[in-house]
Ligand binder design. Sequence first.
Ligand code: AHR
Length: 659
Amino acid sequence: MKKFDKILMILSVIFSLGTMTAQEHELKVNAAKTVAEIQPTMYGIFFEDINFAADGGLYAEKVKNRSFEFELPKMGWIEPNSDRHSFNKNSGIARIIQFQDTTGNHNFARITVNDASGYKLINEGYRGMGIKKDAEYRLSVEVAQPKGIEKIHFKLIDEDGEVIGETSISPDSEQWKTYESVFTATETAEKAKLQVTFEGNGDIDLDMISLFPVDTWKGRKNGLRKDLVQLLADMDPGFLRFPGGCIVEGRTLAKRYQWKKTVGPVEDRELLVNRWNTEFSHRLTPDYYQSFGLGYYEYFQLAEDIGAEPLPILGVGIACQFNTGELVPMDELDPYVQDAIDLIQFANGPVDSKWGKIRAEMGHPEPFGLEYIGIGNEQWGPEYIERFKVFQKAIQEKYPDITIVSGSGPFPEGDYFDYGWEQLKKLNAEIIDEHYYKPPKWFRENATRYDDYDRNGPKVFAGEYAAQSVGIASPENKNNWETALSEAAFMTGLERNADVVYMTSYAPLMAHKDAWQWTPDLIWFDNLKSYGTPNYYVQKLFANNKGTDLVSVTENGKPLTGQQDLYASAVRDEKNNQLIVKLVNTSKKEMEVELKLKGVKPGSKGDLIVLKDDDLSAENSLENRKNISPEVKSLEIDGRELELELEPYSVNVVKINIK
Ligand code: AHR
């Protein structure tokens, strides 16, 4: 689809020296006057562990249910010769021993091997394990009480049953001891499995059987998947919101996300069922749990790595209102509030404070510099407001410099939304989160959404949005070009209102192609590869070109909000001395546009970045990852006017060096 030659031919950039040829649109851009400041947080990332985004995705662990803690403790593990159907062979068996450790790690597997040549324990991974030829892998395992077992063999087996990497360890201690071995894979496989076999007959206890690539993001031991973090880093995000999403709330309060259980030694973090496991009957994933290997410390570290402000979202004492809506009684809210207060200490407190010490022990004595905290994800009604008030008071008293993000519920209009805004305004809320999962047309028709917002009221966090090609969370939704183009049109409206809109993020962020629950999503991946959707490239284009100062771009004195299918916004980038104009043509026709530029020196140079496709149903895919992706062309401006032909269905970013 990308035909650079064609672009060169069609997208003729004409440098006008005076008289104007017949134009469809004559736009005035005043680069000299700042209309508003663009917040550094304007374009960010929403991360939620949905669609196997954390375990099975960003968190690079290959072994599913590594410590036998799932509700069905052998889920993910296969014993080919010892299951119900072939038990007569009786080569051996894994029994799960449940012990009430004081940590979050409650179970281990006691393996009885009767016939060492016959007994196998196999982990199926997260829809298989992605293994790369010549890459190194770190196997680790906790072992105790080896009685008669001299060696444990670990083999990576590909889809055809071939061994593509192997190692072994020899247990030498009665006590729990961690063994590690690094080995190199000999072939690539998308859906490998890890097979464990034994030398000798007898019993042995195993826990935390783990396999990571050595080559992780920043080379961190047992860290994050490099390609996926790179896609995030490339967005140059202003903030990282985590850990959700509904996952914050839990279906019940008992199953809510509790950040304190996600820090400290990885093996002690108490696993929790993932609330997306059986949420949609059309996309059941009963094997979806949260190991919290990607926990709060790792989220803060990730935010720091990619230069994003951390934005943790905490539960407000209300379970997901689409599920149970269970409420913490008001007189029992204290521990929830304390969690928020303690989190700020965990992020920013001195190393001798209770929670700052834990951060330091985990390897980060310096504060993480937390400035924002979100209270409640997608709550609504008086129950939310009365609980939010308690959090707000406590946080403002103890940490007056922290900005609190509140929420207006799941819908961008209607009773819940109006009530939420009205009440939060009365509470002088600082930033209010809005969510919209709507058809592409809604996005094209709502570029003026924020034009009439109160300039002196709370600021807006467009915290979750995505155009739905079929219907909200329909399994048929596609990340097609129509959705991305419509979001781009809408985003010019977000940017034009940068005095009100302080933060924005697309949602959800990531999806495993074989294990997703919700579509559309910004980034898709399998066990080996990943790609950005057209929506990703729209987000990236806006975020990479957010500038520092909003300037005006108008036609006949009015902003461009979709009249004749043209949308526009413009910013100046003080750091790079650039004027950046974003133009979105949502029509099927080419469009001639003349930009009259104030505040730009004649002879300036620049770039034109074009994201386009003639086919609104076009998509990117694992096979054609850059089908729709930006093309860059150089610009040279003679006078102070620039004529462009915008291609049909195109997002155009004009970047001009102004000094
Ligand atoms: O982004 C998916 C879900 O949509 C989020 O978890 C929730 O906040 C919203 O309903």
